[in-house]
Design a protein around this ligand. Sequence first.
Ligand SMILES: Cc1cc2nc3c(=O)[nH]c(=O)nc-3n(C[C@H](O)[C@H](O)[C@H](O)COP(=O)(O)O)c2cc1C
Length: 193
Amino acid sequence: MDGKGQMDPSGFDLKVVGIVGGAKRNGNTVKLVEEVMAGAKEVGHETVLFKLVDMNIGHLCDRDGDVSFPEDDFEKIKPHIESMSALVLGAPIWYDCVDSRSLTFITRLLYYNISYSEENNAKWPKKAKAVNVITYQRDDMHFYDHILDWLEHIWKWYGMTSIVGLVAEGTGSRPIERRIDLLNSAREIGRKL
Ligand SMILES: Cc1cc2nc3c(=O)[nH]c(=O)nc-3n(C[C@H](O)[C@H](O)[C@H](O)COP(=O)(O)O)c2cc1C
């Protein structure tokens, strides 16, 4: 620890968990989320990044008429969720919604929803922060504000406190790597986690 980072009462640095949907391992969304993570690392936080394209995370299933969860790579993410101080979700917009992997990930969080299980809900870290990163081709930076509102609404269900949105519009003509201001904003968001 470099002295700038925060410590939780147990003496460990705070943990920031990044989850990136979409189909690309090194696309716009990954690059922007990585910049948030780099900012968090700079101030001493532990960072863990999951690219959903490399994971097998399935849909909710039916077991004897009840909703159940498949046994899959979500198990690898669970311990990190349960010890995180902040979640950074990066989702490219697909067909005016978050991409399908991000949506499946969010849906799997039903496991921690109080309506599903009070016991599981108790494992969700209290007052964790959230950063919602969306990237898309359209040029209007407010076109998908309703998606950010929707994500914020979900995280509030989970008791998350400080919820920040970061938008990269127009990625078709202006890919992330050329957007120094946006990369700087991402890093600053990470530093403040
Ligand atoms: C299947 C698919 C659907 C898309 N739908 C939209 C859309 O509805 N609106 C939009 O502005 N961009 C849309 N895009 C463009 C992506 O959101 C955009 O290129 C994004 O920055 C890609 O992120 P990535 O580089 O991390 O994959 C779509 C792209 C794909 C592949």
